[in-house]
Ligand binder design. Structure first.
Ligand SMILES: NC(=O)c1ccc[n+]([C@@H]2O[C@H](COP(=O)([O-])OP(=O)(O)OC[C@H]3O[C@@H](n4cnc5c(N)ncnc54)[C@H](OP(=O)(O)O)[C@@H]3O)[C@@H](O)[C@H]2O)c1
Length: 267
């Protein structure tokens, strides 16, 4: 391709999305920075431009279909093509199900994490089909493989995103379009501050296993530049947990109940 490729990154105002945006820009992509906090996007846009990269900031709430379509239209007006969509916008609320607010916690997580990604993919597909190329990369989570207590709705969205990714890949691969997903463990971002988690046990991911947003961004860029669709679990060592869950689901229930649920709920 002679033209510089174009990537849309949702949730580019912080964390994994912002780190990915810097990395894509440095590697020659024209970057569409999308999220709600437009002042953060504009600051990142400026930073990328100063470094010699190219970006535009677009204010979008991925919970709204019209806003998603507008994001796609603005991208086409600015750059004329869409090579990669990184569906990264998302948040988690980790409480017992009965304590989650039906609207602001439950419906909103499904609306943003799952439907936002599905609707964004649907909105870019006609362009990618016409181009006979493109790559949709969904930022899921280890919670898309292993469902933990207090993550019921978040896990539902990320399990959903995994199913969506696998089905869509099988729909559009023959048209020259790749569909990938990344499943990160804990990442040091603003994410935790939005979770509203209350823990008696203080159980959390050990520091040594926590990823930086840059590490996840590098993995996303590698997926984008790869020749095939990918499913990447990061850090690699967490695959052990996936195998354990698959082989011994009932034992895992028991361990989680003893070490987490009982002390949190009953003690
Ligand atoms: N951090 C982790 O431990 C972890 C682990 C696995 C997977 N993930 C996933 O990684 C993705 C990025 O999270 P992060 O860790 O980078 O957290 P973060 O720093 O809180 O970033 C979340 C991003 O999503 C955007 N966003 C939230 N709601 C939105 C909406 N309605 N419309 C548009 N943008 C919206 C936020 O921007 P605005 O507020 O400006 O809209 C922000 O840019 C999420 O999908 C998350 O589920 C995170």
């Amino acid at each position: 391709m002679l033209e510089q490729p174009v990537v849309i990154i949702t949730g580019a105002s912080s964390g994994i999305g912002a780190a990915s945006a810097r990395l894509f820009a440095r590697s020659g992509y024209r970057v569409v920075l999308a999220a709600r906090r437009v002042e953060k996007l504009e600051a990142l846009d400026k930073e990328i431009t100063v470094e010699g990269g190219e970006a535009i900031a677009i204010s979008v709430d991925v919970g709204k279909i019209d806003a998603i379509q507008e994001m796609v239209n603005k991208t086409l007006s600015a750059y004329g093509r869409i090579d990669v969509l990184v569906n990264n916008a998302g948040f988690g609320r980790t409480k017992w199900l009965e304590e989650l607010d039906p609207v602001t916690d439950i419906a909103a997580q499904v609306q943003v994490n799952l439907l936002g990604s599905i609707q964004s993919a649907r909105a870019v597909l006609p362009i990618m089909i016409k181009q006979e190329s493109g790559h949709i990369i969904n930022v899921a989570s280890l919670a898309g493989y292993i469902a933990s207590p207090t993550y019921s709705v978040y896990a539902a969205t990320k399990f959903g995103l995994r199913g969506f990714t696998d089905a869509l890949r099988r729909e559009v691969g023959v048209l020259g379009i790749k569909v990938s997903a990344i499943y990160p463990g804990a990442v040091k971002t603003e994410f935790a501050s939005h979770m509203q988690a209350e823990r008696k046990t203080g159980i959390t991911t050990p520091e040594a296993l926590q990823l930086t947003p840059e590490k996840v961004g590098q993995a996303i860029l590698k997926i984008a530049n790869g020749r095939r669709s990918k499913s990447v679990v990061i850090p690699g060592i967490s695959r052990l947990g996936l195998w354990f869950e698959m082989l011994f689901p009932r034992l895992n229930d028991w361990i989680i109940e003893q070490t987490f649920t009982k002390p949190e709920r009953l003690d």
